[in-house]
Write a protein that binds this ligand. Structure first.
Ligand code: ZN
Length: 94
């Protein structure tokens, strides 16, 4: 994704307007109205695994909250947890 975006920006000479918090829009005072878009950060494989874990955990806590609010029954909760590849802490079912 990073490389494709970098290539696209170079080829098309993409520039985005720089938002100025004083002018509340494109800056009227600066000549540098446009700049190159920022590229996505490249993440190492370990970082990606960490990101995935964080995402699964966040989804899990969201599902448990839905269960406690009785928006999901236990069967649905188990189904969704299976889908995201995590198990249920029995303490969360109380
Ligand atoms: Zn300005």
């Amino acid at each position: 994704m990073y490389e494709a975006q970098e290539k696209w920006i170079e080829e098309k000479n993409v520039k985005i307007s720089e938002y100025c918090y004083i002018c509340n829009d494109i800056c009227e005072l600066s000549k540098e109205h446009y700049k190159k878009p920022e590229l996505p950060k490249q993440r190492a494989k370990n970082d990606k695994n960490d990101s995935r874990k964080e995402l699964v955990n966040a989804a899990y806590y969201f599902l448990v909250r839905c269960f406690k609010l009785e928006l999901l029954n236990e069967n649905l909760l188990r189904g969704f947890c299976d889908q995201i590849g995590t198990s249920i802490d029995p303490n969360d079912l109380k």
